[in-house]
Design a protein around this ligand. Structure first.
Ligand code: ADP
Ligand code: ZN
Length: 627
């Protein structure tokens, strides 16, 4: 049962998913494939091959058109050419599709007879045929098998070595800077890049070096990809995009060759833009590399080599996106590489409103659609989240067979995106409903009473997603800083659910419904001590833990075990204090706990105003006052 402090949509998106790795099996198979290929090569070089005269196809066509050739017999990949006046044909082997070259190349009135035989009558011993066919079948079988393996791993066996960068045509996906709301500074910097692409001469004349790499840093969903596409679009140049995780695939060396291919395609189409999303997937720090180290290092080195080879004439600008600048290999950030950084931030209230306007621009809406209050209650969300809400609202409206989007759908869409859809079908026993009502009432009352808590926005005991009920607190405005008072009130409020259960059902009557709340409190407490320097003994010191990027070696803590003990003590103390404060508030306002729970059981959902009405008259006990 959640005590929602802030709406935190898409919390987990910041983490790069662990890279999928091809198992040992694939590497073993590669070993066998190499052996098989060797066998074929040896086999075919042992096979006696008649030495044939090399004649270019164009030559044959030319001669046929000038009437020198009587007959061309094509069967499979072999061609017999019988010149006029000779009986003995010359044999030649053809590349795939060769037969059509003949048909297309010959004049209609050429006197040459072209015979294409269905069946191969290539001579040779059975051994010869077997030498070719058996290994070929094995290889085909192997590849089919590998492809099936690869499909399960979201990899593509075919085409390895070729980059998978998609080319967005110049006129196809037009993205303008007008489609990007907020982030004015970032847009300003990007306009400059557009100018580099459009007027390179202007910069050259002044002896300026055009940047080769631009790093876009910011949370997921903040529009980094959108911005890169807009730059390409506004400059009218092709856009090649690939994700860092796509480089890192099966075999050593493949990533690097993909990079080579990608850059050569971009250079051929210059001026152009290469966009590498999630560059941290291949460019994490060298000393903190996980299992795929060697492969990633080769890929990264290739990117650096390519970029170092750029000059003003190259006309290619590489844009890369990451949400973990701190994780990047410093070599990447050196001058001449990704030396321009653009920070892309989560939108503030005004920007959120603008983003919503962009996404509702082409949707039919009621005239009183209240985007402003949606913008107000979506602090901490990204542009992608807002786009998602707009889309959900449209879907909901269509499902209701309505023609225009109204506030009801807007609110519903927001709540769905924020905490998952209502699951009215989830069956709760009467006892569970009652427990949920007390639990949520506990959160709401503590939050309502404590002065440094955000105001209650809504309380509901309708199950949503995986939670039994939800109490929402929404800050009325964006706040960048948080005081110790605010932390402490937020922790007490989060303990409110468990404490309410305890007061009603007894010490051991408490349930697992508070598990997530406790987790939450513990995280807040730990971050106060280790990140914010807000401990009582450990004040104004921080104890960062470095995540080293690999799953196996885990965390590196740059402090002593003694300090670790002190940290644990402080965390426990903060949690205890939070529980104590919640208990004092709820005990001294017990009648309101009963009242609010009853009201919730009757109505299921209470809005801000209704909650306030029920809770008029609650008191703030002296013992919980912090200031
Ligand atoms: P990122 O690359 O930073 O993860 P994207 O560019 O993929 O984010 O953003 C995903 C979608 O979110 C965009 O296609 C767009 O619809 C929406 N979006 C994100 N930021 C903005 C913004 N500032 N203005 C308008 N739409 C945005
Ligand atoms: Zn709870």
């Amino acid at each position: 049962m959640a005590d929602k402090i802030n709406v935190n949509i898409g919390k987990n998106k910041g983490k790069t998913p662990p890279k999928k790795k091809a198992g040992n099996f694939v590497r073993l198979s590669l070993f066998w494939a190499i052996i098989i290929i060797l066998v074929i090569t040896i086999g075919s070089s042992l096979t006696p091959v008649d030495t044939l005269k090399e004649i270019p196809i164009s030559d044959v066509i030319h001669r046929a058109n000038s009437g020198e050739i009587a007959k061309i017999e094509i069967s499979g990949n072999s061609v017999k050419i019988t010149p006029k006046g000779e009986e003995k044909p010359t044999e030649k082997s053809l590349k795939e599709g060769g037969s059509s070259i003949f048909e297309q190349g010959l004049d209609k009135d050429a006197e040459t007879e072209v015979i294409i035989k269905e069946e191969s009558d290539v001579g040779g011993t059975i051994l010869n045929a077997a030498m070719l066919i058996v290994p070929t079948l094995i290889i085909i079988g192997f590849f089919l098998f590998m492809m099936r393996q690869a499909q399960g791993q979201n990899n593509q066996t075919m085409n390895f070595g070729k980059s998978k960068a998609r080319l967005y045509g110049i006129d196809k996906k037009k993205v303008s800077f007008l489609d990007i709301a907020g982030n004015e500074n970032a847009k300003q910097d990007l306009m400059e890049i557009v100018d580099f692409l459009k007027n390179p001469k202007k910069y050259e004349a002044l002896g300026a070096k055009i940047p080769s790499g631009v790093l876009l840093a910011g949370n997921p969903g903040t529009g980094k990809t959108l911005m890169a596409r807009a730059v390409a679009s506004e400059a009218g140049v092709p856009f090649f995009s690939i994700s860092g995780s796509e480089f890192a695939e099966m075999f050593v060396g493949v990533g690097a060759s993909r990079v080579r291919d990608l850059f050569s395609r971009a250079k051929k189409n210059a001026p152009s833009i290469i966009f590498i999303d999630e560059i941290d997937a291949v460019a994490h720090k060298r000393d903190t590399r996980g299992g795929n180290g060697r492969e990633d290092e080769q890929t990264l080195n290739q990117i650096l080599v390519e970029m170092d080879g750029f000059d003003n004439e190259t006309g290619v600008i590489v844009m890369a996106a990451t949400n973990r600048v701190d994780m990047l290999d410093k070599a990447l950030l050196r001058p001449g590489r990704f030396d321009r950084h653009i920070n892309v931030t989560l939108p503030e209230r005004k920007d959120r409103l603008d983003i919503l306007k962009v996404h509702f621009k082409n949707k039919p809406v009621d005239s009183d659609l209240d985007l402003e209050s949606l913008a107000a209650k979506t602090a901490g969300t990204s542009g992608a989240d807002l786009a998602n809400i707009a889309n959900e609202a449209a879907i909901l409206t269509a499902r209701l067979n309505k023609k225009t989007i109204s506030n009801a759908e807007l609110v519903e869409a927001f709540e769905k995106v924020a905490i998952g859809p209502e699951s009215k079908s989830k069956i709760m026993t009467e006892k569970e409903r009652e427990l949920t009502a007390y639990h949520e009432a506990g959160h709401a009352i503590v939050g309502h009473v404590l002065p440094d808590s955000d105001p209650v926005h809504k309380v509901t005991i309708i199950p949503r997603g995986r939670t039994g009920g939800v109490t929402w607190f929404l800050p009325h405005e964006d706040r960048s800083y948080k005081s110790v008072y605010e932390f402490k009130d937020a922790m007490a409020r989060a303990m409110g659910g468990r404490i309410a259960e305890k007061l009603i059902y007894g010490e051991d009557g408490v349930t697992t419904g508070a598990g997530a709340d406790l987790q939450n409190v513990s995280e807040m407490a730990r971050s106060m001590i280790t990140e914010e320097g807000m401990g009582s003994n450990l004040r104004n010191q921080v104890f960062p833990i470095e995540k080293d990027g690999s799953l196996l070696s885990g965390l590196v803590k740059p402090y002593s075990d003694e300090t670790a003990l002190k940290i644990d003590e402080e965390v426990q103390q903060l949690m205890k204090e939070a529980g104590r404060r919640a208990e004092i508030v709820l005990k001294s306002n017990k009648e309101y706990l009963e009242k609010l729970a009853k009201e919730l059981l009757a109505k299921e959902t209470l809005e801000e105003k209704e909650v306030k009405k029920v809770l008029t008259g609650t008191s703030l006990p002296k013992a919980v006052k912090l200031h």
